[in-house]
Design a protein around this ligand. Structure first.
Ligand SMILES: Cc1cc2nc3c(=O)[nH]c(=O)nc-3n(C[C@H](O)[C@H](O)[C@H](O)COP(=O)(O)OP(=O)(O)OC[C@H]3O[C@@H](n4cnc5c(N)ncnc54)[C@H](O)[C@@H]3O)c2cc1C
Length: 452
């Protein structure tokens, strides 16, 4: 890519075209996972659809690798590339809410914090991720799990339409009535089909105050508490979501310095008082180190995990859906909790089911509808000298729990896991290949978990 070529591109776009040594280049090429250190030939900070069209055409005509960056949160770091072009969508971060129609249209660079901020002004929102700096686009295109999944389905189940720039540089809309094949593929198929420029969502009445539970237990009590957690979830209504997580003890917990603890985190998305009543048993089980069940603004709850996942730390993830919470699985998880490693590590169990499970597996590209839980081994640390040991710990732990697996979630796949796409898409994979052939026959959009 010559300087002259980039001058031509810069003349066609309104946003900045950043090259090495330009101010802002390093900030723009950085992603959440500090293990990823890529140097694109140019980063185009797109300000609108016209910039995206010009950049897609440029990359196609010059045969350049093209990466798409929205929130930059994907652990695989595929949002950035070496040498080629990165479309940085972060300037396109507007969220427009229509409270009467209960709809919101988010620019592809918007993050969940911005989305909830705008929608909660009207007591509305939709299913989103549980960390406010995660991108709306990347999360939704892969599916989108959050506290509201059991009530309102995945983030992608709440999509009404998507605007997208195709490989041949056209702006198209995908919805149930326009380009329905593309709309099917975009709900779970990730960034394989074009550059999404905005996403329109159905909103629901949630909050602004919701009932939440935050409970910590010493790790030696975890077995008993996880047994209770399993039974509690079996009886829980759809409006109630509860995650179980093994994390490093937060400051202030008595006698837990340097030890992992078990956290139960719950949210009820319906009536506040009913939610407090239904969440109360979480605080009464065993002898918690700390237990709070109370009302909290939904938008605040959506930032509760932000500090535990610092931007730029080193991360290595392995995850899978679970058939259930077998005794033998819980024993295996607790065995590995005994060798817990990494300052930012989370062993996370997300309770699914409810509305997600009521959608037909063939209705969208997202096939895993009836899985009750997801297990994440989300290892995080600061010192590069710990890379080898922490990656080995994660892989060995994952090998030990793999027999309990029931498929994989594309948004949690690491850089080295593109060979798990069969596990991600199952019987829907063949249709995804057909739709990929139609919309991106030359695989311009290949820097992703690629449907080749
Ligand atoms: C701290 C943390 C918390 C998380 N919490 C949750 C959670 O609660 N629920 C959940 O489901 N997931 C969660 N995730 C996973 C998350 O869904 C994925 O990492 C997702 O890919 C992030 O989207 P992004 O836009 O931030 O990422 P990016 O890295 O910018 O994008 C990821 C990929 O998506 C594609 N893509 C992004 N935007 C576009 C676009 N506009 N057009 C076409 N393709 C695009 C590209 O292929 C890109 O490489 C979490 C991740 C992290 C790091």
């Amino acid at each position: 890519m010559s300087i002259g070529d980039l001058d031509t591109l810069a003349a066609q776009v309104r946003g900045e075209v950043l090259q090495q040594n330009d101010e802002g280049y390093d900030a723009s090429r950085a992603v959440w996972n500090g293990m990823i250190d890529r140097r694109p030939g140019a980063i185009v900070r797109c300000t609108g659809v016209a910039d995206v069209i010009a950049t897609v055409n440029f990359a196609r005509e010059k045969h350049l690798p093209l990466a798409i960056k929205a929130g930059g949160h994907n652990v695989s770091g595929k949002a950035v590339c070496d040498d080629g072009i990165v479309i940085d969508l972060s300037p396109m971060n507007n969220v427009h809410v229509d409270p009467d129609a209960r709809r919101a249209r988010a620019g592809a660079g918007a993050k969940w914090g911005a989305f909830d901020h705008e929608a909660q002004a009207f007591g509305l929102t939709t299913t989103g991720g549980v960390v406010s700096s995660t991108g709306v686009a990347g999360l939704t295109l892969g599916g989108g799990i959050g506290y509201l999944t059991r009530t309102y389905g995945l983030a992608c189940d709440n999509l009404l339409s998507v605007d997208l720039v195709t490989a041949d540089g056209r702006l198209v809309r995908a919805s149930e009535s326009e380009n329905p094949d593309l709309f099917w593929a975009l709900r779970g198929g990730g960034g394989n089909f074009g550059v999404v420029t905005s996403l329109e969502f159905q909103l629901h009445e949630v909050g602004p105050m919701v009932a939440t539970a935050t409970v910590f237990h010493a790790i030696q009590d975890a077995r008993e508490v996880l047994n209770f957690y399993r039974t509690f979830n079996e009886a829980a209504p759809d409006e109630l979501a509860c995650y179980a997580m093994i994390v490093n003890a937060p400051e202030g917990l008595p006698d837990q310095d340097g030890k992992p603890v078990l956290a139960l985190v719950g949210l009820y998305s319906g009536d506040l008082e009913e939610g407090k009543r239904l969440l109360a048993p979480l605080a009464k089980q065993g002898s918690p180190l700390l237990a709070v069940v109370d009302g909290m603004p939904y938008a605040v709850m959506q930032t509760a995990f932000d500090a535990g996942n610092p931007h730029g730390a080193r991360y290595y993830w392995k995850s899978q859906y679970l058939k259930g919470l077998d005794d033998a699985l819980l024993e295996t998880i607790l065995k590995w909790a005994g060798t817990f490693t990494g300052e930012h590590t989370i062993i996370g169990i997300e309770a699914l089911g409810g509305a997600q499970a009521r959608v037909d597996p063939g209705a969208t590209a997202f096939v895993h509808r009836d899985v009750p839980y997801s297990l994440g081994i989300w290892t995080g640390w600061q010192n590069p000298a710990d890379d080898t040991a922490n990656i080995a710990w994660t892989r060995e732990f994952f090998d030990a729990v793999a027999p309990f697996g029931a498929g994989a979630y594309v948004n949690y796949l690491g850089e080295d896991e593109s060979d798990r796409l069969g596990e991600v898409y199952g019987e829907n994979y063949t249709r995804l290949v057909e739709i990929k052939r139609k919309w991106d026959p030359d695989n311009l959009f290949r820097l992703n978990h690629n449907i080749a």
